[in-house]
Design a protein around this ligand. Structure first.
Ligand code: AMP
Length: 542
């Protein structure tokens, strides 16, 4: 027997329709690329997205066509997403921090037909334009007054181009499993792999993100999505905020401590989301210049492990709740969030901080398990490490064009490539990327744990741990440290600080001080480059 309920396809256009009807005057405030603060609302964003859809349609763009964006978080980028998905085309976010050759490779692989680009990134496009085989048109996200000179052919000014259409247009209808968005993720080897989100996966992801034990957004929230739309589907916030009716504050090109702090205070932001580096910059700014965060209620921190010192400072000094989160591009991206279940409600002080160092538990819609080398489930004892696997309606079933098939196992389990353990109450903690883990005498050492402890030292700005070959133990840890400006902690001082906080056999065999640690285009520590840099380095214990 079948249910007798309506099919109501889960299409992304329904989200902006809902926001425009139920929350028409909720503000979207952006720091524009041109400079001034810009204000609009959901009703206007919907109207301009309809014009954009109509204009794209006239351009010959339709179902399944890939439309790239290389842009900061602004109201215009949001309009692009909704206009694109509204006709069944596919938004393809490009990370401008990748090497230009990589961007060209990705655009050709995706066969992007049209590109929306911010003024900031036009030089990148000018440099790679001759290589872009499928690209037909470039629309610069600005108005006539700011339109630059350019050697590019088929260039249009966004506001003029958009003005050629009105909003008398209806969203197209199609199956909810139709592709809505694309984002490439870079592995350590081979070409980047394309993740293709569907309308259905985006909607279900936003609904799971909205659960009170996940992001818990409401129409009373003012959300500052610092995480760029080009990082892992913008953590879903372009859909979750309008679905909840939350106001949005878009940081545009400025994510430094001073600019973020200004937006947080002047726009009365209650909720924000970003990687640890951004929060470190904000906290350093506040430490130096003073200031409070009177309206900020909670922040989601993920993308890399959140250092203990960041969580502690936010909570103790500024009264802001930290929700540590883990996810991946392949997961739309939310996987787990560290909100407090009743089982842990009594924790305080260091015990609470210990819990908050975990990446948390999955909301409804994400299943997870950890398996050992023989693919058997490990016990949920909060200690036994293994490979973390996930499945759910917003987890990728394969990559674009079928690359990287080895990650997709039996019964839908996707191998995340992360090493983790799960505790008896279902809280997962990442200990490493599988390829970064250190094996010393057959036992695993968590580089993430060591890094988190090291950045807790008041003189340390950033820390990374890598394994170096060792004649007796196979591998031993080397701690690489970037000191804070003007500080000069010695090796003995750092090791003394770690002493007693980790098992003695986890203690790094050496500490080296560097000016900078290499990062990937998504801000993660580039361990491969670091291992290369220290190839041949001889540990004093070796
Ligand atoms: P991306 O697809 O670029 O978002 O990268 C996903 C990867 O980032 C994950 O597989 C993890 O290795 C890492 N990651 C994300 N969030 C966290 C976190 N909270 N703690 C540790 N690693 C994280």
């Amino acid at each position: 027997m079948q249910g007798l309920m309506q099919p109501w396809p889960l299409l992304c256009s329904k989200v902006i329709d809902h926001a425009a009807i139920q929350h028409p005057h909720r503000e979207i405030v952006s720091r524009s690329v041109e400079g001034p603060i810009h204000r609009t609302d959901y009703r206007t964003v919907r109207s301009r997205s309809l014009r954009l859809a109509k204009r794209l349609d006239r351009e010959g763009i339709g179902l399944g066509d890939r439309v790239a964006t290389m842009a900061w978080n602004t109201w215009r980028h949001l309009e692009c997403w909704y206009g694109i998905v509204g006709i069944g085309a596919v938004y393809h976010t490009l990370n401008p921090r990748l090497f230009p050759e990589q961007i060209a490779w990705i655009m050709n692989d995706a066969e992007d037909r049209l590109l929306f680009v911010d003024l900031t990134f036009l030089p990148i496009v000018e440099a790679i334009a001759p290589q872009l085989a499928s690209l037909e048109k470039i629309v610069v996200l600005t108005d006539a007054a700011h339109m630059p000179e350019s050697s590019l052919a088929n260039l249009a000014c966004y506001e003029d181009w958009l003005a050629e259409a009105d909003d008398d247009f209806a969203w197209k209808a199609f199956d909810e499993n139709t592709a809505a968005g694309m984002c490439y993720t870079s592995g350590t080897t081979g070409h980047p792999k394309g993740v293709v989100y569907s309308h259905r996966s985006n909607i279900l992801h936003s609904m799971l993100a909205q659960q009170p034990d996940a992001m818990g957004l409401s129409s009373r929230d003012v959300v500052l999505p610092i995480v760029p739309l080009f990082h892992a589907n913008g953590w879903g916030l372009a859909f979750t905020c309008p679905m909840a009716g939350a106001a949005m504050v878009m940081p545009g090109p400025k994510m430094d401590g001073a600019s973020v702090s200004e937006m947080l205070v002047s726009e009365k932001v209650t909720f924000s989301a970003a990687v640890p580096t951004v929060w470190l910059m904000l906290l350093q700014h506040l430490e130096k210049h003073g200031g409070a965060l009177p309206d900020l209620n909670r922040v989601v921190i993920g993308g890399s492990a959140c250092p203990r010192a960041v969580t502690q400072k936010f909570q103790d000094d500024y009264g802001v709740q930290v929700i540590h989160a883990w996810g991946m591009t392949e997961m739309s991206p939310l996987g787990t969030l560290c909100t407090i279940k009743p089982e842990y409600a009594g924790l305080e002080g260091d015990a609470l901080l210990d819990l908050e160092m975990k990446q948390g538990h999955p909301p409804f819609g994400v299943e997870m398990k950890v398996t050992d080398d023989s693919d058997a489930d490990t016990p949920w004892d909060g200690r036994t490490f293994g490979r973390l696997k996930v499945r759910g309606p917003s987890v990728a079933a394969s990559y674009y064009k079928g690359t990287g098939a080895e990650a997709f196992g039996a019964e839908g389990w996707f191998d995340t490539g992360d090493v983790a353990h799960i505790d008896p109450h279902g809280y997962m903690q990442i200990t490493d990327r599988a390829k970064d883990v250190i094996k010393s005498g057959g036992e695993w050492i968590s580089t993430i744990d060591l890094e988190n402890l090291a950045v807790g030292h008041p003189d340390v700005a950033e820390a990374a741990v890598i394994g170096l070959p060792h004649p007796r133990w196979d591998e031993r840890p080397l701690l690489v440290i970037v000191p804070k400006e003007g500080r000069d902690p010695g090796k003995a001082e750092i090791l003394g600080f770690l002493e007693g906080k980790v098992a003695s056999w986890w203690m790094p065999d050496d500490v080296v001080f560097v000016e900078a640690i290499p990062h990937t285009a998504t801000g993660k520590i580039q361990k491969m480059a670091l291992r290369e840099q220290f190839r041949g380095y001889s540990l004093p214990s070796a």
